[in-house]
Structure formats: structure tokens, C-alpha cells
Ligand binder design. Structure first.
Ligand SMILES: [Zn+2]
Length: 137
């Protein structure tokens, strides 16, 4: 039995050779189609079909041999979502450091920097533009 699994795994690896496989854009497609499937339970059957179409597209991308084209799609996706993804990353960082760190937005350039929490008033310099500000931490 184990032999059979090994053979299948080998066959699959062989099959995937020269194909794109999954990437960030693929994960995004899967995420959207799962959300659509959940919403479609509220009597919105059209969303179910859209979700299915997305899954088919996801499979097509996975097994596609046109790797440059798929890589370009992924690049476009990453570029379009760069702001959103960095915002989520910042929120995650904020949440993890919520006990030790306070985050401030620079009034001049809008970039966000962090200061240790509970140190009273601190004079800080923005690492991006050098603007100085006093913050209560
Ligand atoms: Zn700044």
C-alpha cells in the first residue's frame, strides 16, 4: 500500500514538472471562491457558479505550462494588492507588539514608525523623512 502511495506521489511530481503550481494569486482565487460559496448559501446561486468558475481557473493556472504568463498574472496581482497587504502586515505587527510598542504616523510623510511603550514623552525622528516630533508613549 505504501508503495502505491509512493508511486502516486512520484507520478504526481512528474506530472507537475514544468507546470506552474500554486502561488499567491492562486491562494487569493481560492480565498475568494470559498467566500463566494459561503455567501451563495443565502439564496444567491449565481455566486456558486462564479466560485466554481474561479476554482476551474485556479486549476487551469496550477497545471498551466505557460509559466511566464502565469508569473506575470501573479506579479500584477502582487502589485495591485501591495498597499492592502502592507496595511494588513502593519496591523498584524501592531497587534503582536501591542504591549511593548506604540505606532505613530509621521505628520509630514505619512509613514508609520514605532516607539517603545511606557517611556513617557519621547522625541522621535521619522526614519523616512527626518521630521521630528514629540510623542507620549
Ligand atoms: Zn516622515
Amino acid at each position: 500500500m505504501q508503495n502505491w502511495f509512493m508511486r502516486m506521489a512520484y507520478k504526481f511530481a512528474n506530472f507537475m514538472r514544468g507546470r506552474r503550481g500554486n502561488d499567491e494569486f492562486g491562494n487569493f482565487i481560492i480565498g475568494v471562491s470559498i467566500v463566494l460559496m459561503f455567501i451563495s448559501f443565502f439564496n444567491l446561486q449565481i455566486l456558486w457558479y462564479i466560485a466554481l468558475a474561479l476554482l476551474v481557473y485556479w486549476l487551469f493556472r496550477m497545471f498551466s505550462k505557460n509559466i511566464p504568463m502565469r508569473a506575470r498574472e501573479n506579479e500584477v496581482y502582487l502589485k495591485l494588492t501591495a498597499n492592502i497587504r502592507s496595511w494588513f502586515n502593519l496591523q498584524r505587527k501592531r497587534w503582536r507588539g501591542r504591549k511593548t510598542t506604540k505606532y505613530f504616523k509621521c505628520k509630514k510623510c505619512g509613514s508609520v514608525y514605532s516607539l517603545p511603550k511606557g517611556k513617557g514623552k519621547l522625541k522621535a525622528k521619522c526614519p523616512s523623512c527626518g521630521e521630528q516630533a514629540i510623542h507620549r508613549t
